[in-house]
Design a protein around this ligand. Structure first.
Ligand code: GCO
Ligand code: MG
Length: 403
């Protein structure tokens, strides 16, 4: 049996922070797992180094399920983003090792390909509607079949999803969190105009998506969903915070716009009611924050019973290791919906050389054994960790709100 001989955490910042777990076996095979939790990176690094790695040494690297249960049940303290990101990193690294030993890409271990590739969506954003649509057209020209539209809102200095950068959106920065101001009424007046004009300019052959980023109440979300119905969105994402899963009933009663939620979920329990009551159409839980490939498959299996499809989170704060894992998962899972693809910068791609590729709107994880991602440790070592925070958001009268 391949015994776990060593494991260590590598923190690097090629433009943004990434935490990577590297597990090595006594036979010299190694696997990588992403453990990046945006704005809280070192908490996961410590959880792994101080509390997980000492328990892994000497274990059979092939026992992925048993090690998952050992880390989940054995900690006594269950769930939570820090814990589950750490468990995810171990799980992902072990799938990588198993694939390398088998000489097969991970998707083959998960049952093989269920499709030719994973449809991805790109991010088009601009300070106003026309700028957003110019960028969306560039995605369409590059072959994307689906594009997310976010635009600045008149009267608001900044909003989620809009950056000065042409193709990269990186909200984490600063020695303390940036503060932004939010107005629900201004946003609700503006968002339908973006999609009305979006259909005029882009036509009907491209899927359009939108992220509300947890800023509405359920009844406001119902109103927005209704206003957007004529433009046939692929999905409306995170319309309201989802701690109260029953809150989505109210949205559902008022609109047929498909709903996606779950990028902050870390366990099947966060989504159980949403799925069982068919309150959502797409589940956005992802490998790194929801307990790895092993647990994400469990969530997807529950979702499949209720015709809920996957739509994994894939922002730039998820490393190329997560992207690869998501693509192996997405290629194999029966109820795949779509995969988010926010391209990494050239600096990040150089630190994590990878086998996955984009072709005509679809992505494929490649045929390299394991996940097909490397970590150039020498290059990673040249980028020191930089503390960075996600912004916080307030209403115009100063009330704390969800960002
Ligand atoms: C998305 C997300 C991201 C998150 C970010 C937080 O849909 O891609 O909402 O933009 O804000 O990943 O770390
Ligand atoms: Mg989102």
């Amino acid at each position: 049996m391949p015994k776990i001989r060593a494991a260590r955490v590598i923190v690097t910042c090629p433009g943004r922070n990434f935490v990577t777990l590297k597990i090595e076996t006594d036979e010299g095979v190694y696997g990588l797992g992403d453990a990046t939790l945006n704005g809280r990176e070192l908490a996961v690094a410590s959880y792994l180094t101080d509390h997980v790695i000492p328990c892994l040494i000497g274990r059979d690297a092939h026992q992925i399920e048993d090690i998952w249960q050992y880390l989940y049940k054995g900690a006594y303290w269950r769930r939570g983003p820090v814990t589950m990101s750490a468990v995810a990193a171990v799980d992902t690294a072990l799938w990588d090792i198993k694939g390398k030993i088998a000489g097969l890409p991970v998707y083959q271990l998960l049952g093989g390909a269920s499709r030719e590739g994973c449809m991805v969506y790109g991010h088009a954003n601009g300070t106003d509607i026309e700028e957003t649509l110019d960028r969306a057209q560039e995605y369409v020209d590059q072959g994307y079949k689906a594009v997310r539209l976010q635009s600045g809102v008149p009267g608001l200095a900044a909003t989620y999803g809009v950056s000065g950068e042409r193709f990269y959106y990186e909200p984490a920065k600063g020695s303390v969190p940036d503060e932004t101001l939010w107005s629900t009424s201004k946003y609700l007046r503006h968002a339908p105009k973006l999609f009305e004009r979006g259909r005029e300019v882009l036509g009907w052959d491209v899927h359009l998506l939108h992220d509300v980023h947890h800023r509405l109440t359920p009844i406001e979300a119902g109103r927005l969903g209704k206003d957007l119905e004529p433009y046939r969105l692929f999905w409306l994402e995170d319309a309201t915070p989802a701690e109260n899963q029953a809150g989505f009933r109210l949205i559902r009663q008022h609109t047929t716009t498909p709903l996606a939620v779950g990028e902050v979920f870390n366990s099947v329990w966060d989504a159980k009611q949403l799925i069982e009551e068919q309150l959502i159409d797409y589940i956005r839980a992802t490998v790194v924050h929801a307990g790895g490939i092993t647990h994400l498959r469990r969530i997807a299996s529950l979702a499949d019973l209720y015709q809920v499809r996957t739509g994994c989170h894939g922002a730039t704060d998820l490393s190329p290791v997560s992207m690869a894992a998501a693509l192996h998962f997405g290629l194999s899972v029966p109820n795949f919906g779509i995969q988010e693809y926010m391209r990494h910068t050239p600096e990040t791609d150089a630190v994590f050389p990878h086998a996955y590729r984009f072709e005509r709107g679809l992505m494929h994880p490649g045929e390299a054994p394991g996940l097909g991602v490397e970590l150039d440790e020498a290059l990673a070592g040249t980028y020191a960790y930089k503390r960075a925070f996600l912004p916080v958001n307030r209403l115009e009268d100063g009330t704390m709100w969800s960002w």
